[in-house]
Ligand binder design. Structure first.
Ligand SMILES: Cc1cc2nc3c(=O)[nH]c(=O)nc-3n(C[C@H](O)[C@H](O)[C@H](O)COP(=O)(O)O)c2cc1C
Length: 244
C-alpha cells in the first residue's frame, strides 16, 4: 500500500490546510443538475406517495436489511422504481433555492446524478436513463450499444450486476462539491454516497426487493460505458436491484 499517497491526501485535505474555495473566491455556484448525456425523451414517474408503506415496522426493517445478490427474472414495476429513486435522491419539500433531498449531503451540495441501466422495468424500454429530481422524472439518454453487457463487464461480471432488473449508478459531479469545499470535497463525495446507497437498501427492503452495494468496478470501463469523461463526472458507486 502506498502510505505516502494516503498521508499526502489526508494531510492536504485537512480543514486547516485548505486554500480558499471557489465559492470564497466569488465563483458562481455550479448548476444543481447536469444532464449527463444526450436527452432523447422524458418519462414521468408515478408519485412515490402512491405506494402504501405506512404499516412498516422500522426496527424489523433494519434487522432484515442485507446485501442480496440473486434476483429472479421478474421485472420491477414503475411504482417501485419511482419509490427507489425518490428514496435515494428525491426532493424533500418545495424550496427553490436549496433543493433538499431525502438524503443528507455536505452543505446540501448534492453532487450526484443518478443514472439507471434499465433492463427489466414494466413500461420502460431497456436503456440508459437519468433521474431528474426536481420534476421527479426520467430523462432518456442516448446509450452506447450493449449498455447492460458493458456495465456488467465493468463490474467484473459480478452475478448481482449480471442478474439485475435495473442498476442504479451514482455519478459524481465533483465541481458541485469542490466549489464550496475544495479538495476536501472529495472526502465528502464518498461520505455522501454511503447515505444514498443505505437509503436504497432500506427502500428495497421495504418493497421486498433486493440490492447490493458495489464498489468493485473498472472505473475507466464503467465511465466509458456511461459516456462519462471520468473527471467532470465519474461513476462513484452503484447498486443492482431486482426481485427476490
Ligand atoms: C463500500 C462498499 C462496497 C461494496 N462492494 C461490493 C462489491 O463490489 N460486490 C459485492 O458483492 N458486495 C459489495 N459490498 C457489499 C458487502 O460485501 C456487504 O455489505 C458485506 O458483506 C456485509 O453484508 P450485508 O450488507 O448483508 O450486511 C460492498 C459494500 C460496501 C459498503
Amino acid at each position: 500500500m502506498d502510505r505516502d499517497l494516503i498521508r499526502a491526501f489526508m494531510k492536504a485535505t485537512r480543514h486547516e490546510n485548505m486554500a480558499p474555495s471557489a465559492q470564497q473566491r466569488g465563483a458562481p455556484m455550479p448548476p444543481a443538475f447536469a444532464a449527463l448525456g444526450s436527452e432523447t425523451g422524458r418519462v414521468a414517474l408515478p408519485p412515490p406517495a402512491d405506494l402504501d408503506l405506512a404499516l412498516l415496522d422500522f426496527p424489523a426493517l433494519l434487522a432484515r436489511r442485507a446485501s442480496r445478490r440473486r434476483f429472479t427474472e421478474a421485472p420491477l414495476d414503475g411504482g417501485q422504481l419511482s419509490f427507489l429513486l425518490w428514496a435515494t435522491q428525491g426532493r424533500r419539500g418545495a424550496g427553490d433555492r436549496l433543493a433538499l433531498r431525502t438524503v443528507p449531503s455536505a452543505g446540501a451540495r448534492h453532487a450526484f446524478e443518478t443514472l439507471l441501466d434499465v433492463r427489466r422495468v414494466d413500461g420502460l424500454e431497456a436503456g440508459l436513463y437519468q433521474y431528474e429530481p426536481m420534476s421527479h422524472a426520467l430523462l432518456v439518454l442516448a446509450a452506447e450499444p450493449d449498455l447492460a453487457g458493458r456495465v456488467t463487464r465493468a463490474c467484473y461480471d459480478q452475478a448481482c450486476v449480471a442478474g439485475a432488473a435495473a442498476v442504479f449508478l451514482w455519478a459524481a459531479v465533483p465541481e458541485r462539491m469542490t466549489w464550496r469545499y475544495g479538495e476536501r470535497g472529495y472526502r465528502y463525495l464518498h461520505l455522501d454516497a454511503g447515505h444514498v446507497c443505505q437509503n436504497l437498501y432500506l427502500a428495497c427492503e421495504a418493497l421486498g426487493l433486493g440490492t447490493c452495494a458495489v464498489a468493485a468496478f473498472d472505473d475507466g470501463a464503467l465511465d466509458a460505458a456511461l459516456g462519462l469523461d471520468g473527471e467532470e463526472a465519474f461513476a462513484l458507486y452503484l447498486a443492482p436491484v431486482g426481485r427476490l
